[in-house]
Design a protein around this ligand. Structure first.
Ligand SMILES: [Zn+2]
Length: 295
């Protein structure tokens, strides 16, 4: 059966089910055990958050969600590392990269401030906006995702979709822009860093000309905002081309203390170019490496 993304007509926000079997039968979240419904190839269409993972953090409109795997259901303990090669975990990454909406179902047992007192409840569509890995409370590595409630879920209400159907395109392009998630905000600090490097990528050296100047991005090594809480200071910012910025943010590349650049297989692909006016703090590179298991 084709995986259906978006809100299902028969199950609007607030719909409730007694148990996982009924929830699965409704097609809102099909697996009866797993918290993530999805595969690497297709993306994830739904998740359940119900307090199973000690590292989950439910803030209502924002959820820091833990991946699957390495969990012993008998002892209810994490007993080994989680990886993004697990197809369910990779499914949520695909959802981030493709801007797919994820149905969020809360179960009793989750954060009491946001969870139903019994059974399972559909709470609307969320986007995956970030993923990384870290050492969890158990001492084992866990996969982590930040999901935020879609501010305009109306675009999916009327038209749940499957990925195997032939795309018919979109007559209203504004709808398409609503599901792209990559926004690069410039700050005074990142503008300063870009000027120092004359808008050349510090990894590949490319200089991209556009009609009004040059195109480069200020890449925060340790990301701003929760839960990374990196500073907006020049020692935490690189001047990168959009390709290398994306690759860096998504774990495709990492940087060692001597400023060598490695791909995710550990093969050296270059060296960060430096400038005396731009000191970098190695602690931020160490933090970035820790997110992708390279530390
Ligand atoms: Zn580059």
């Amino acid at each position: 059966m084709a995986r259906i993304f978006g809100e299902l007509e028969h199950s609007p926000v607030g719909s409730v089910w007694v148990n996982r079997k009924e929830l699965a039968a409704a097609g809102v979240h099909r697996p009866t055990m797993n918290g993530i419904s999805g595969t690497a190839a297709e993306g994830a269409d739904s998740i359940v958050i119900s307090g199973g993972y000690e590292d989950d953090l439910d803030l209502g409109e924002e959820i820091i969600y833990t991946g699957t795997g390495g969990y012993d259901t008998a002892s209810r303990k994490q007993i080994s590392d989680q990886t993004f090669s697990n197809t369910n975990n990779a499914g949520l990454v695909t959802s981030q990269l493709q801007g797919l909406p994820v149905r969020v179902i809360r179960g009793a047992g989750g954060d009491p401030g946001f969870s139903p007192t019994s059974g399972y409840r559909y709470d609307g569509l969320y986007s995956v906006v970030d993923h990384w890995s870290e050492i969890g409370k158990s001492g084992f590595r866990v996969c982590r995702y930040r999901l935020v409630a879609l501010t305009d879920p109306a675009i999916f209400h009327a038209q749940p979709f499957t990925k195997d159907a032939v795309p018919i395109g979109e007559t209203n392009p504004r709808r398409i822009s609503a599901i792209t998630t990559r926004v690069v905000r410039s700050t005074k600090v990142s503008e300063y860093v870009k000027k120092i490097h004359e808008y050349r990528c510090q990894i590949c050296g490319i200089e991209i000309m556009i009609p009004n100047g040059k195109l480069a991005e200020g890449a925060h090594i340790r990301a701003l905002g929760k839960p990374h809480n990196g500073p907006d200071s020049i020692d935490n910012v690189l001047c990168l081309c959009p390709n290398h910025h994306s690759a860096f943010d998504l774990g495709g590349i990492w940087v060692s203390d001597d400023l060598s650049v490695f791909d995710f297989n550990g093969i050296k692909i270059g060296t960060i170019s430096t400038n005396p006016k731009h000191n970098l703090d190695n602690q931020h590179f160490a933090y970035h490496r820790s997110l992708w298991g390279n530390e």
